[in-house]
Design a protein around this ligand. Structure first.
Ligand SMILES: Cc1cc2nc3c(=O)[nH]c(=O)nc-3n(C[C@H](O)[C@H](O)[C@H](O)COP(=O)(O)O)c2cc1C
Length: 201
């Protein structure tokens, strides 16, 4: 018998994550959807940086980036990733690990289209993570793509989403005297059903 209740209740970890994020959206001063995304390079050296979580689907989490960036290369090479969301206002965290695939196609196109024109042109102009001569060089590239791409630029082929289909999701909430509550949802593969464990803090 599970003693899960309150903020941990429910049979669907994606629904719990959505509900926590909705609470954080009310409580955080900015970027409630910021996640620290961890990757590993070819030598197994970890790397981490913030990105914005853009969707929680029925089967995974989606964020967007430049496929040729360092993270893009590391994600494509390893085929797996992890991230953590932490909300100071709620004193909670959600940890996610699992295989990752590119999320391209119509949904990525639609998300790209929903961004402001300046952001879309910025995506075209930035060779993310590669050396940049100067800020002026970047602004010149923005001017160049503005002239060449017009007012309805398509999604660049080197820019799009990634989808993490978790094999582990852990929900953590602060408790008095460091007796925090932790529940780990795990499954062998994304086709298996979830197994839930309460963990020691
Ligand atoms: C709050 C926050 C949100 C960010 N969101 C994104 C994002 O959604 N996508 C992205 O590519 N970079 C985002 N960045 C920038 C990344 O942290 C990082 O600098 C950039 O993607 C290059 O990382 P890389 O060299 O490891 O590929 C964000 C940074 C911060 C601080």
């Amino acid at each position: 018998m599970s003693d899960r209740s309150g903020i941990f209740a429910g049979d669907n970890p994606f629904a719990i994550a959505r509900s926590w994020l909705a609470e954080a959206t009310e409580a955080e001063i900015n970027d409630p959807n910021a996640i620290a995304l961890a990757t590993v390079d070819g030598d197994g050296l970890p790397n981490v940086r913030m990105v914005l979580l853009k969707d929680i689907l029925e089967d995974g989490f989606v964020f967007y980036t430049n496929y040729e960036s360092v993270k893009g290369q590391e994600l494509d090479l390893a085929g797996k990733a992890a991230f953590v969301m932490h909300w100071k206002s709620l004193r909670r965290q959600v940890r996610v690990r699992g295989p990752i695939t590119r999320f391209e196609g119509p949904e990525a196109d639609a998300y790209f289209e929903s961004r402001s024109l300046k952001s879309r042109l910025g995506a075209w102009a930035s060779r993310q993570s590669r050396p940049l001569e100067s800020r002026n060089a970047l602004l010149a590239e923005v001017a160049r793509v503005t002239a060449s791409k017009g007012t309805n630029p398509p999604r660049p082929p080197f820019w799009g989403g990634y989808h993490i289909a978790p094999t582990e999701i852990e929900f953590w909430a602060d408790g008095a005297f460091r007796l925090h509550d932790r529940y780990r949802w795990s499954r062998e593969t994304q086709d298996d059903s979830w197994f839930v464990n309460r963990l020691n803090p």
